[in-house]
Design a protein around this ligand. Structure first.
Ligand code: ADP
Ligand code: MG
Length: 702
């Protein structure tokens, strides 16, 4: 398989040369033939037909209409100023709008003339509208002569590139040259049986047609093929990593469930487990007796009861003569785990200790000794517990809370804490969509707790506008009268910190006026305060000495005040969905009915409205994560940023869930039948592994 041509530096392509190569590299990171070939169009312009006005839907992509201009009028003042024109064909009227370049557009428009109008339809004030369309006087002869009646690719370009005549059209020309020159070098990399089974077009054809499709169908086939290929090889890589991992690392066998587990389960556990908790425990139980190291991700919404699952898994380890530990990302969280677990197990049952940066040396030494002689059974802490000087007698189970703050490297460090690496359970309270989990954690097994403990009252979420502020104050007073506590959260986001700080200060003032001493007391906590002051204010709230806590998002993680039953989020439209959900998770921890009030300005962006509506509609973290991904794209979901894993060129984890599932199932099946990829029909896949960087390589996805 000679894919060398694709590694050719871009300057050697006909029509490029040194100067243009420089800008291509700088502006688009196009260094080689391959990079250019994989600079895919970001949209296609459908000039294959004229649409009738009555057939146009607001959700359509760019469309072309042939219509006669009826009227034009400049409306509004200053920043509401706009040019509105109406155009008509034999089926209806469409509104055209300009908000910029009004003068120029106004001159161009001559009522009575027929235009080729080209743009993206939308919906505005209940009417079909196209804003800033391209307009051209209709000239039948010219259109025929252009003869360009196919889907035109549009490429991302930049101002700088345009100076070198590398706008979309210019790039298109280069890609056409490249395709012609290298068509025969694009080799198939999927086995024939997959092409047949999934009706995939050949690879060379796909590359050609994704750039220059003759029609929508060809384009769809090309995209499907390349998406499938991309996701297939990503999964192949992940699942192979998992397979190799399984072969390389033996696992401790937890052969039996013994007294620790049983006594806890039958005598100490203060509530029945949910079905989801039971299911996950079974999964862990199965994993830990196979003789293979467990690598499992446990996803569950805030309050779903992950801690007790972690604890019971650790008890199984202890039953089999091993030690266990929990690593949390912050001291506050480590503390909380320590308290929860100590309470659950009670005195004199198992030996538990807390190790964080602030444990004094003497105590630390005792912990170290207990770990080494095996008398200490459960260690809870921050990453202090992966330091080299922390040595265990026989570490069998590691629980990592809040996965996304720890990297793969840290996970690996823990494995090395024992001759046979400990089983690893990673817990996260930031639910991520299934497709993301399959990719980001494709080499882990995934468990989900998708059910809250029975009897918990779902948090009621309300969306208020400024006009309803008095109502909100009323509700706050009512809750405080009942003895409840309230959070009021303001956004504090880096970019506009000054403005935000002003918001916060004003908010504090308003709250202090509305809730004056001595009847009311307020804690104030924000990131700009000294740690000691922050802690002091937090403690006052935790102890119930203050009824209201005005804060920035610093309270997002780690605060647990069951008596706090109202969460008010100011400027809620400025928060992302997952952050809103995390904040809301601070309440609803006690027996009381809890509330979350989202305050927003009156006018919301489309996304803003969807976010707030979603919060009002559902408490389900997975549903919220799914919508978050649809809105922001997979790369911006919390905990996934900067993962090269999501650097997909063609596929989109939000839109292509089905293809991903197909590809993953397909890889699983292949590995089941042919773990070494040794069968003749799989040779081609084997080669793909070996031909790292041999060109047009999926291997760039790493
Ligand atoms: P998270 O998944 O957010 O870590 P926790 O483990 O902290 O959730 O559990 C939240 C609360 O629910 C704790 O007070 C815990 O004791 C309680 N809890 C856990 N499981 C159950 C259950 N099956 N029934 C009732 N309460 C439960
Ligand atoms: Mg937790």
């Amino acid at each position: 398989m000679n894919n060398q041509p694709f590694q050719t530096p871009i300057e050697y392509l006909k029509g490029v040369g040194v100067a243009r190569a420089e800008v291509l590299k700088k502006e688009l990171a196009i260094y080689t033939f391959e990079d250019l070939l994989r600079h895919f169009p970001f949209k296609y312009i459908d000039r294959t037909r004229f649409y009738k006005v009555k057939d146009i839907q607001p959700e359509m992509p760019y469309v072309q209409v042939l219509a006669r201009l009826v009227s034009k009028e400049i409306m509004g003042e200053k920043h509401t100023k706009r040019l509105i024109a109406l155009a008509k064909d034999d089926t209806g009227i469409i509104e055209l709008a300009w908000f910029q370049g009004i003068k120029w557009a106004e001159k161009l428009l001559v009522p009575g003339k027929v235009y080729v109008i080209f743009g993206k339809p939308g919906f505005f004030n209940g009417k079909l509208q196209m804003s800033h369309p391209e307009l051209e006087l209709y000239n039948p002869a010219a259109i025929k002569q252009k003869g360009n009646l196919s889907l035109q690719p549009a490429y991302n370009s930049t101002e700088k590139l345009k100076q070198f005549t590398l706008d979309s059209k210019g790039l298109q020309k280069l890609i056409a040259i490249l395709l012609e020159q290298t068509a025969r070098d694009i080799h198939e990399n999927l086995p024939a049986y997959l092409l047949n089974r999934f009706k995939l077009v050949g690879r060379a054809e796909a590359y050609r047609n994704i750039h220059f499709p003759n029609d929508a169908n060809q384009l769809k086939e090309a995209q499907y093929r390349l998406k499938f290929e991309e996701l297939f090889f990503l999964q192949l890589k992940l699942l192979r990593r998992k397979q190799q991992h399984t072969q390389k690392f033996k696992g401790n066998v937890f052969g039996s469930v013994g007294n620790y587990f049983n006594e806890f389960y039958h005598q100490k556990l203060p509530f029945p487990l949910t079905n989801a908790q039971k299911r996950v425990l079974k999964e862990i139980r199965t994993d830990t007796q196979r003789g293979v190291q467990m690598n499992r991700l446990l996803q569950g919404d805030v309050g779903s009861g992950k801690t007790v699952v972690a604890l019971m898994s650790m008890l199984i380890a202890i039953d089999n003569g091993f030690q266990a530990c929990i690593m949390a990302p912050t001291e506050i969280l480590a503390n909380q785990h320590y308290q929860t677990i100590s309470e659950l197990v009670g005195d004199g049952f198992v030996k538990v200790a807390l190790l964080t940066g602030s444990v004094p040396n003497k105590a630390r030494k005792i912990i170290h000794e207990g770990l080494e002689d095996g008398s200490l059974q459960i260690l809870i802490g921050t990453h202090a517990l992966i330091e080299d000087k922390v040595r265990y007698k026989n570490l069998g189970m590691v629980v990592i809370d809040e996965q996304h703050r720890f990297g793969v490297e840290q996970r690996a460090k823990l494995w090395r804490k024992n001759v046979i690496p400990p089983h690893v359970l990673v817990m996260t309270a930031t639910p991520i969509p299934r497709t993301l989990a399959m990719t980001l954690y494709g080499d882990l097994d995934v468990s989900v707790i998708d059910e809250l403990p029975a009897g918990r009252k779902p948090i009621q979420t309300l969306h208020f506008h400024e006009a309803q502020r008095l109502r909100m104050f009323g509700a706050m007073k009512q809750e405080i009268a009942k003895g409840r506590q309230i959070y009021v959260v303001y956004p504090l986001i880096q970019e506009s910190e000054k403005l935000d700080l002003k918001n916060l200060e004003e908010g504090i003032e308003v709250m202090s006026r509305e809730f004056p001493l001595p009847d009311y007391r307020i804690s104030i906590v924000h990131g700009k305060m000294k740690a000691a002051d922050k802690e002091f204010e937090m403690q006052r709230f935790i102890k119930g000495q203050t009824q209201i806590m005005v804060a920035t998002t610093v309270i997002e993680v780690g605060v647990n005040v069951p008596n706090a039953s109202v969460m008010i989020i100011e400027n809620a439209e400025r928060f992302g969905l997952s952050q809103l959900h995390q904040l809301r998770g601070r309440v609803g921890r006690g027996a009381e009915q809890s509330f979350c009030i989202l305050m927003s300005k009156d006018k919301l962006s489309n996304d803003g409205r969807i976010r707030l509506n979603t919060m009002v509609k559902t408490n389900n973290g997975f549903e919220i994560a799914e919508i978050d991904m649809q809105l922001r794209g997979p790369g911006n979901i919390e905990g996934t940023a900067q993962s090269g894993m999501l650097d997909l060129k063609v596929a989109d984890l939000a839109a292509d869930q089905e293809v991903l599932q197909q590809a993953r199932n397909c890889v699983i099946e292949i590995f089941e039948k042919d773990p070494q990829l040794a069968a003749p029909e799989n040779q081609i896949l084997h080669l793909a592994f070996q031909s790292k960087n041999a060109g047009l390589s999926w291997d760039k996805i790493s």
